[in-house]
Design a protein around this ligand. Structure first.
Ligand code: GTP
Ligand code: MG
Length: 412
Protein backbone atom coordinates (compact mmCIF):
# COMPACT_ATOMS: atom_id res chain seq x y z
CA UNK A 1 0.00 0.00 0.00
CA UNK A 2 2.80 2.40 0.98
CA UNK A 3 4.92 1.58 -2.06
CA UNK A 4 2.01 2.54 -4.32
CA UNK A 5 2.35 6.13 -3.12
CA UNK A 6 6.15 6.37 -3.43
CA UNK A 7 6.94 9.28 -5.75
CA UNK A 8 9.69 9.02 -8.36
CA UNK A 9 12.93 9.39 -6.38
CA UNK A 10 14.70 10.85 -9.43
CA UNK A 11 12.71 14.08 -8.92
CA UNK A 12 14.35 14.60 -5.52
CA UNK A 13 17.94 15.98 -5.14
CA UNK A 14 20.35 13.01 -4.80
CA UNK A 15 21.33 13.42 -1.16
CA UNK A 16 17.72 13.96 -0.03
CA UNK A 17 16.70 10.65 -1.63
CA UNK A 18 18.37 8.75 1.19
CA UNK A 19 16.38 10.55 3.90
CA UNK A 20 13.23 10.09 1.88
CA UNK A 21 13.82 6.37 1.36
CA UNK A 22 14.69 6.07 5.06
CA UNK A 23 11.38 7.60 6.07
CA UNK A 24 9.43 5.38 3.68
CA UNK A 25 11.05 2.16 4.84
CA UNK A 26 10.67 3.24 8.45
CA UNK A 27 6.93 3.89 7.89
CA UNK A 28 6.53 0.41 6.39
CA UNK A 29 8.23 -1.25 9.36
CA UNK A 30 6.20 0.86 11.83
CA UNK A 31 2.98 -0.33 10.12
CA UNK A 32 4.25 -3.90 10.23
CA UNK A 33 4.95 -3.45 13.94
CA UNK A 34 1.43 -2.15 14.63
CA UNK A 35 -0.02 -5.10 12.69
CA UNK A 36 2.07 -7.56 14.71
CA UNK A 37 1.05 -5.88 17.98
CA UNK A 38 -2.62 -6.17 16.99
CA UNK A 39 -2.08 -9.81 16.12
CA UNK A 40 -0.32 -10.40 19.43
CA UNK A 41 -3.23 -8.87 21.38
CA UNK A 42 -5.77 -10.85 19.34
CA UNK A 43 -3.95 -14.10 20.01
CA UNK A 44 -3.55 -13.23 23.69
CA UNK A 45 -7.35 -13.02 23.97
CA UNK A 46 -8.25 -15.96 21.75
CA UNK A 47 -8.44 -19.73 22.30
CA UNK A 48 -5.07 -19.99 20.45
CA UNK A 49 -3.12 -18.93 23.52
CA UNK A 50 -4.27 -22.07 25.36
CA UNK A 51 -3.42 -24.30 22.45
CA UNK A 52 0.27 -25.00 22.69
CA UNK A 53 0.93 -26.36 19.23
CA UNK A 54 -0.88 -23.37 17.70
CA UNK A 55 0.77 -20.56 19.59
CA UNK A 56 4.16 -21.21 21.16
CA UNK A 57 5.48 -23.37 18.38
CA UNK A 58 4.10 -21.83 15.21
CA UNK A 59 3.27 -18.19 15.83
CA UNK A 60 5.90 -16.44 17.93
CA UNK A 61 4.65 -12.87 17.43
CA UNK A 62 6.77 -11.60 20.34
CA UNK A 63 9.95 -12.77 18.65
CA UNK A 64 8.91 -11.19 15.33
CA UNK A 65 8.17 -7.93 17.13
CA UNK A 66 11.65 -7.95 18.66
CA UNK A 67 13.21 -8.45 15.22
CA UNK A 68 11.18 -5.59 13.70
CA UNK A 69 12.12 -3.30 16.59
CA UNK A 70 15.81 -4.02 16.11
CA UNK A 71 15.54 -3.27 12.35
CA UNK A 72 13.76 0.04 13.10
CA UNK A 73 16.59 0.98 15.48
CA UNK A 74 19.26 0.17 12.88
CA UNK A 75 17.40 2.17 10.20
CA UNK A 76 17.31 5.11 12.58
CA UNK A 77 21.12 5.02 12.91
CA UNK A 78 21.77 4.48 9.17
CA UNK A 79 23.57 7.24 7.31
CA UNK A 80 25.60 7.74 4.14
CA UNK A 81 29.29 7.37 4.79
CA UNK A 82 32.21 8.57 2.69
CA UNK A 83 35.81 7.72 3.53
CA UNK A 84 38.73 9.74 2.15
CA UNK A 85 42.11 8.08 1.74
CA UNK A 86 45.43 8.95 0.17
CA UNK A 87 49.06 9.54 0.98
CA UNK A 88 50.15 12.22 3.44
CA UNK A 89 49.77 15.78 2.15
CA UNK A 90 47.91 14.78 -1.04
CA UNK A 91 45.13 17.13 0.11
CA UNK A 92 42.49 14.84 1.73
CA UNK A 93 41.54 17.38 4.37
CA UNK A 94 41.55 20.20 1.80
CA UNK A 95 39.18 18.20 -0.46
CA UNK A 96 36.78 17.71 2.47
CA UNK A 97 36.98 21.39 3.39
CA UNK A 98 36.21 22.37 -0.22
CA UNK A 99 33.19 20.08 -0.25
CA UNK A 100 32.07 21.58 3.06
CA UNK A 101 32.84 25.03 1.62
CA UNK A 102 34.72 26.12 4.72
CA UNK A 103 38.12 25.74 6.37
CA UNK A 104 36.89 23.24 8.96
CA UNK A 105 39.56 20.52 9.14
CA UNK A 106 43.19 21.28 9.84
CA UNK A 107 45.32 21.07 6.71
CA UNK A 108 48.90 21.96 5.97
CA UNK A 109 52.25 20.72 4.84
CA UNK A 110 53.74 17.69 6.60
CA UNK A 111 51.79 15.04 8.46
CA UNK A 112 48.69 16.94 9.64
CA UNK A 113 45.82 14.52 10.22
CA UNK A 114 47.16 12.02 12.74
CA UNK A 115 44.04 9.95 13.46
CA UNK A 116 40.66 9.27 11.88
CA UNK A 117 38.21 12.11 12.01
CA UNK A 118 34.52 11.99 11.16
CA UNK A 119 32.30 14.98 10.47
CA UNK A 120 28.59 14.65 11.16
CA UNK A 121 25.91 17.32 10.77
CA UNK A 122 23.86 18.01 13.90
CA UNK A 123 21.06 20.38 14.89
CA UNK A 124 23.14 22.53 17.23
CA UNK A 125 24.46 26.09 17.14
CA UNK A 126 28.04 25.42 18.25
CA UNK A 127 30.30 22.69 16.86
CA UNK A 128 31.86 20.18 19.27
CA UNK A 129 34.01 17.08 19.13
CA UNK A 130 34.14 13.78 20.95
CA UNK A 131 37.38 11.96 21.57
CA UNK A 132 37.33 8.16 21.58
CA UNK A 133 38.23 7.90 25.26
CA UNK A 134 35.80 10.41 26.76
CA UNK A 135 32.08 11.16 26.58
CA UNK A 136 32.74 14.89 27.21
CA UNK A 137 31.90 17.27 24.40
CA UNK A 138 34.94 19.41 23.56
CA UNK A 139 34.50 22.83 22.07
CA UNK A 140 35.64 22.86 18.43
CA UNK A 141 34.70 26.30 17.36
CA UNK A 142 37.87 27.46 15.75
CA UNK A 143 40.18 25.66 13.39
CA UNK A 144 43.13 26.47 15.66
CA UNK A 145 41.50 24.87 18.66
CA UNK A 146 40.51 21.83 16.61
CA UNK A 147 44.02 21.50 15.30
CA UNK A 148 45.54 21.74 18.80
CA UNK A 149 43.03 19.36 20.25
CA UNK A 150 43.67 16.74 17.57
CA UNK A 151 47.43 16.91 17.53
CA UNK A 152 47.81 16.84 21.31
CA UNK A 153 45.15 14.43 22.39
CA UNK A 154 44.77 11.72 19.79
CA UNK A 155 47.87 9.89 18.74
CA UNK A 156 46.61 6.38 17.98
CA UNK A 157 46.27 6.39 14.16
CA UNK A 158 43.42 3.86 14.37
CA UNK A 159 41.32 5.94 16.78
CA UNK A 160 38.54 8.22 15.61
CA UNK A 161 37.68 11.71 16.75
CA UNK A 162 34.09 12.66 15.99
CA UNK A 163 33.42 16.20 14.98
CA UNK A 164 29.82 17.43 15.12
CA UNK A 165 29.19 20.46 12.95
CA UNK A 166 26.01 22.60 12.78
CA UNK A 167 23.91 21.46 9.81
CA UNK A 168 22.97 25.06 9.11
CA UNK A 169 26.59 25.84 8.23
CA UNK A 170 27.14 23.13 5.56
CA UNK A 171 24.70 21.83 2.96
CA UNK A 172 26.60 18.57 2.41
CA UNK A 173 26.16 17.27 5.96
CA UNK A 174 22.50 18.31 6.19
CA UNK A 175 21.22 15.07 4.72
CA UNK A 176 22.78 12.39 6.92
CA UNK A 177 26.16 12.30 5.19
CA UNK A 178 29.12 11.43 7.40
CA UNK A 179 32.57 12.25 6.03
CA UNK A 180 35.64 10.43 7.35
CA UNK A 181 39.11 11.91 6.99
CA UNK A 182 42.12 9.67 7.57
CA UNK A 183 45.85 9.92 8.22
CA UNK A 184 48.07 9.25 5.19
CA UNK A 185 47.91 5.57 4.16
CA UNK A 186 51.70 5.58 4.09
CA UNK A 187 51.72 6.31 7.84
CA UNK A 188 50.33 3.04 9.22
CA UNK A 189 51.16 -0.60 8.63
CA UNK A 190 47.76 -1.62 10.06
CA UNK A 191 45.76 -1.14 6.88
CA UNK A 192 43.53 -4.18 7.58
CA UNK A 193 42.71 -2.80 11.03
CA UNK A 194 41.72 0.50 9.43
CA UNK A 195 39.43 -1.19 6.95
CA UNK A 196 37.81 -3.39 9.61
CA UNK A 197 37.28 -0.51 12.00
CA UNK A 198 36.37 2.38 9.73
CA UNK A 199 35.39 1.12 6.30
CA UNK A 200 32.92 -1.75 6.67
CA UNK A 201 29.89 0.51 6.33
CA UNK A 202 31.43 3.08 3.95
CA UNK A 203 29.29 3.66 0.86
CA UNK A 204 31.90 5.53 -1.14
CA UNK A 205 35.70 5.75 -1.00
CA UNK A 206 37.48 8.80 -2.34
CA UNK A 207 41.14 8.30 -3.16
CA UNK A 208 42.89 11.65 -3.10
CA UNK A 209 45.94 11.16 -5.31
CA UNK A 210 48.63 13.61 -6.29
CA UNK A 211 48.53 14.55 -9.96
CA UNK A 212 52.21 15.53 -9.77
CA UNK A 213 53.12 11.85 -9.40
CA UNK A 214 51.61 8.57 -10.54
CA UNK A 215 49.52 6.20 -8.37
CA UNK A 216 51.81 4.87 -5.66
CA UNK A 217 52.28 1.33 -4.37
CA UNK A 218 50.83 2.25 -0.94
CA UNK A 219 47.67 3.64 -2.57
CA UNK A 220 47.24 0.62 -4.79
CA UNK A 221 47.85 -1.93 -2.07
CA UNK A 222 45.40 -0.15 0.25
CA UNK A 223 42.59 -0.34 -2.32
CA UNK A 224 43.49 -3.95 -3.14
CA UNK A 225 42.85 -4.76 0.54
CA UNK A 226 39.59 -2.73 0.49
CA UNK A 227 38.51 -4.65 -2.60
CA UNK A 228 39.40 -7.98 -0.99
CA UNK A 229 37.53 -7.22 2.23
CA UNK A 230 34.43 -5.42 0.93
CA UNK A 231 32.22 -6.40 -1.93
CA UNK A 232 32.23 -4.04 -4.92
CA UNK A 233 33.44 -0.85 -3.18
CA UNK A 234 32.55 2.44 -4.91
CA UNK A 235 35.74 4.33 -5.59
CA UNK A 236 36.33 7.85 -6.91
CA UNK A 237 39.85 8.97 -7.77
CA UNK A 238 40.75 12.62 -7.47
CA UNK A 239 44.01 13.67 -9.06
CA UNK A 240 44.53 16.66 -6.80
CA UNK A 241 46.93 19.59 -7.15
CA UNK A 242 46.14 19.81 -10.86
CA UNK A 243 46.71 23.57 -10.57
CA UNK A 244 50.43 22.75 -10.46
CA UNK A 245 50.19 21.76 -14.13
CA UNK A 246 48.96 25.24 -15.10
CA UNK A 247 52.50 26.35 -16.04
CA UNK A 248 52.93 23.48 -18.52
CA UNK A 249 51.99 23.79 -22.20
CA UNK A 250 48.69 22.23 -23.27
CA UNK A 251 50.30 19.26 -25.02
CA UNK A 252 52.36 18.28 -21.98
CA UNK A 253 49.35 18.70 -19.71
CA UNK A 254 47.18 16.54 -21.95
CA UNK A 255 49.88 13.90 -22.10
CA UNK A 256 50.26 13.78 -18.30
CA UNK A 257 46.51 13.67 -17.90
CA UNK A 258 46.00 10.77 -20.29
CA UNK A 259 48.94 8.90 -18.72
CA UNK A 260 47.39 9.18 -15.22
CA UNK A 261 43.97 8.37 -16.63
CA UNK A 262 45.22 5.25 -18.40
CA UNK A 263 47.17 3.95 -15.38
CA UNK A 264 44.24 4.50 -13.06
CA UNK A 265 41.85 2.75 -15.46
CA UNK A 266 44.28 -0.18 -15.71
CA UNK A 267 44.38 -0.40 -11.92
CA UNK A 268 40.58 -0.29 -11.42
CA UNK A 269 39.65 -2.45 -14.42
CA UNK A 270 42.50 -4.97 -14.68
CA UNK A 271 43.92 -5.19 -11.17
CA UNK A 272 40.77 -4.66 -9.08
CA UNK A 273 38.24 -5.92 -11.65
CA UNK A 274 35.75 -3.41 -10.23
CA UNK A 275 34.26 -1.63 -13.23
CA UNK A 276 34.35 -1.38 -17.00
CA UNK A 277 36.66 1.12 -18.71
CA UNK A 278 33.71 3.39 -19.50
CA UNK A 279 32.42 3.33 -15.89
CA UNK A 280 35.91 3.98 -14.54
CA UNK A 281 36.40 7.04 -16.72
CA UNK A 282 33.36 8.58 -14.95
CA UNK A 283 35.18 8.15 -11.62
CA UNK A 284 38.48 9.91 -12.35
CA UNK A 285 38.80 13.69 -11.96
CA UNK A 286 41.60 16.22 -12.22
CA UNK A 287 40.99 18.93 -9.67
CA UNK A 288 42.51 21.49 -7.37
CA UNK A 289 40.98 21.27 -3.91
CA UNK A 290 42.95 24.29 -2.75
CA UNK A 291 41.53 26.46 -5.52
CA UNK A 292 38.01 25.12 -5.04
CA UNK A 293 38.19 26.02 -1.35
CA UNK A 294 39.47 29.50 -2.11
CA UNK A 295 36.72 30.08 -4.68
CA UNK A 296 34.07 28.90 -2.25
CA UNK A 297 35.42 31.09 0.53
CA UNK A 298 35.50 34.16 -1.74
CA UNK A 299 39.33 34.34 -1.95
CA UNK A 300 39.77 33.61 -5.67
CA UNK A 301 41.94 36.61 -6.56
CA UNK A 302 45.29 34.96 -7.41
CA UNK A 303 44.41 31.61 -9.02
CA UNK A 304 46.50 30.00 -11.76
CA UNK A 305 45.32 29.96 -15.34
CA UNK A 306 42.57 27.46 -16.13
CA UNK A 307 40.99 27.54 -12.66
CA UNK A 308 37.46 27.82 -14.11
CA UNK A 309 37.88 24.48 -15.90
CA UNK A 310 39.36 22.80 -12.82
CA UNK A 311 36.55 24.10 -10.65
CA UNK A 312 33.97 22.85 -13.18
CA UNK A 313 35.56 19.43 -12.97
CA UNK A 314 35.38 19.61 -9.17
CA UNK A 315 31.65 20.40 -9.43
CA UNK A 316 31.22 17.55 -11.90
CA UNK A 317 32.88 15.22 -9.37
CA UNK A 318 30.51 16.42 -6.63
CA UNK A 319 27.45 15.78 -8.78
CA UNK A 320 28.49 12.25 -9.76
CA UNK A 321 29.65 11.56 -6.22
CA UNK A 322 26.29 12.59 -4.71
CA UNK A 323 24.34 10.44 -7.16
CA UNK A 324 26.58 7.43 -6.52
CA UNK A 325 26.55 7.94 -2.74
CA UNK A 326 22.77 8.09 -2.33
CA UNK A 327 22.10 5.23 -4.79
CA UNK A 328 24.70 3.01 -3.13
CA UNK A 329 23.59 3.80 0.43
CA UNK A 330 19.91 3.18 -0.40
CA UNK A 331 20.74 -0.07 -2.14
CA UNK A 332 23.15 -1.57 0.32
CA UNK A 333 21.63 -0.33 3.57
CA UNK A 334 17.89 -0.45 2.94
CA UNK A 335 18.02 -3.41 0.59
CA UNK A 336 19.26 -5.67 3.39
CA UNK A 337 16.54 -4.34 5.76
CA UNK A 338 13.92 -4.87 3.07
CA UNK A 339 15.09 -8.46 2.61
CA UNK A 340 14.96 -9.13 6.36
CA UNK A 341 11.50 -7.54 6.56
CA UNK A 342 10.35 -9.69 3.67
CA UNK A 343 11.71 -12.82 5.41
CA UNK A 344 9.78 -11.95 8.58
CA UNK A 345 6.62 -11.26 6.54
CA UNK A 346 7.06 -14.59 4.72
CA UNK A 347 7.54 -16.55 7.91
CA UNK A 348 4.52 -14.75 9.43
CA UNK A 349 2.54 -15.73 6.36
CA UNK A 350 3.66 -19.36 6.64
CA UNK A 351 2.80 -19.33 10.36
CA UNK A 352 -0.66 -17.96 9.67
CA UNK A 353 -1.32 -20.65 7.05
CA UNK A 354 -0.17 -23.27 9.58
CA UNK A 355 -2.28 -21.71 12.33
CA UNK A 356 -5.29 -21.65 10.02
CA UNK A 357 -4.77 -25.32 9.19
CA UNK A 358 -4.30 -26.26 12.83
CA UNK A 359 -7.28 -24.22 14.00
CA UNK A 360 -9.40 -25.87 11.29
CA UNK A 361 -8.38 -29.29 12.64
CA UNK A 362 -9.03 -28.08 16.16
CA UNK A 363 -12.51 -26.91 15.12
CA UNK A 364 -13.17 -30.28 13.46
CA UNK A 365 -12.11 -32.02 16.67
CA UNK A 366 -14.43 -29.78 18.68
CA UNK A 367 -17.33 -30.43 16.29
CA UNK A 368 -16.80 -34.18 16.47
CA UNK A 369 -16.73 -33.89 20.25
CA UNK A 370 -19.97 -31.91 20.13
CA UNK A 371 -21.56 -34.53 17.86
CA UNK A 372 -20.50 -37.31 20.20
CA UNK A 373 -21.92 -35.41 23.17
CA UNK A 374 -25.16 -34.78 21.26
CA UNK A 375 -25.49 -38.47 20.45
CA UNK A 376 -24.88 -39.26 24.10
CA UNK A 377 -27.47 -36.72 25.15
CA UNK A 378 -30.01 -38.09 22.68
CA UNK A 379 -29.39 -41.58 23.97
CA UNK A 380 -29.83 -40.45 27.54
CA UNK A 381 -33.00 -38.56 26.65
CA UNK A 382 -34.39 -41.58 24.82
CA UNK A 383 -33.51 -43.89 27.66
CA UNK A 384 -35.00 -41.60 30.24
CA UNK A 385 -38.17 -41.30 28.12
CA UNK A 386 -38.34 -45.08 27.86
CA UNK A 387 -37.76 -45.49 31.58
CA UNK A 388 -40.31 -42.85 32.35
CA UNK A 389 -42.83 -44.51 30.06
CA UNK A 390 -42.13 -48.01 31.42
CA UNK A 391 -42.49 -46.87 35.03
CA UNK A 392 -45.63 -44.94 34.31
CA UNK A 393 -47.27 -48.12 33.00
CA UNK A 394 -45.93 -50.11 35.92
CA UNK A 395 -47.16 -47.55 38.41
CA UNK A 396 -50.53 -47.42 36.71
CA UNK A 397 -50.86 -51.23 36.77
CA UNK A 398 -49.62 -51.40 40.39
CA UNK A 399 -52.09 -48.62 41.23
CA UNK A 400 -55.06 -50.46 39.72
CA UNK A 401 -53.92 -53.68 41.40
CA UNK A 402 -53.78 -51.95 44.77
CA UNK A 403 -57.18 -50.40 44.16
CA UNK A 404 -58.59 -53.91 43.39
CA UNK A 405 -57.03 -55.27 46.58
CA UNK A 406 -58.50 -52.42 48.65
CA UNK A 407 -62.00 -52.81 47.22
CA UNK A 408 -61.77 -56.63 47.73
CA UNK A 409 -60.77 -56.07 51.34
CA UNK A 410 -63.60 -53.65 51.95
CA UNK A 411 -66.04 -56.10 50.49
CA UNK A 412 -64.91 -58.83 52.85
P1 GTP B 1 47.68 14.68 6.02
O1 GTP B 1 46.51 14.98 6.85
O2 GTP B 1 48.95 15.16 6.62
O3 GTP B 1 47.77 13.26 5.61
O4 GTP B 1 47.53 15.55 4.64
P2 GTP B 1 46.26 15.80 3.76
O5 GTP B 1 46.20 14.78 2.70
O6 GTP B 1 45.06 15.99 4.58
O7 GTP B 1 46.65 17.16 3.02
P3 GTP B 1 46.20 18.63 3.40
O8 GTP B 1 44.78 18.83 3.00
O9 GTP B 1 46.59 18.91 4.79
O10 GTP B 1 47.08 19.43 2.37
C1 GTP B 1 48.48 19.42 2.43
C2 GTP B 1 49.02 20.69 1.80
O11 GTP B 1 48.74 20.68 0.41
C3 GTP B 1 48.38 21.94 2.35
O12 GTP B 1 49.35 22.94 2.46
C4 GTP B 1 47.37 22.35 1.29
O13 GTP B 1 47.14 23.72 1.22
C5 GTP B 1 48.06 21.85 0.04
N1 GTP B 1 47.10 21.51 -1.01
C6 GTP B 1 45.97 20.76 -0.89
N2 GTP B 1 45.33 20.69 -2.06
C7 GTP B 1 46.05 21.39 -2.95
C8 GTP B 1 45.90 21.69 -4.34
O14 GTP B 1 44.95 21.29 -5.01
N3 GTP B 1 46.87 22.45 -4.92
C9 GTP B 1 47.96 22.92 -4.24
N4 GTP B 1 48.82 23.64 -4.88
N5 GTP B 1 48.12 22.66 -2.92
C10 GTP B 1 47.19 21.90 -2.29
MG1 MG C 1 44.73 15.74 6.54
Amino acid sequence: ELLKHTPDLTNIPPLQRFGFAKKRINDIFEKFKVFLEEMDTFIGNSFIKDTNDLHGEHLDTQNMLRQIESIVQIIDRDHMKVAFFGRTSNGKSTVINSMLRDQILPSGIGHTTNCFLSITGVDVQEPYLLRPDSPDKKNAQTIKRLSNSLSKECLDPNAIVRLYWPKTKCALIRDEVVLVDSPGIDMSPDVDGWIDTHCQDADVFVLVANSESTLMHSEKSFFKRVNAKLSQPNIFILNNRWDCSAGEDTATRDEVRSQHQERTIEFIVDELGLMTRKETSERIFFISAKEALKIRMGQASDLAQGWEERHKEFEDFELKFENCLSASAINTKFHSHALRGRDIANSLNESLVKVEELSFNYRKKCEEERKRKEQQLNFVLKESEAIKHHFKKKIESVGSHVEDLVSDALRE
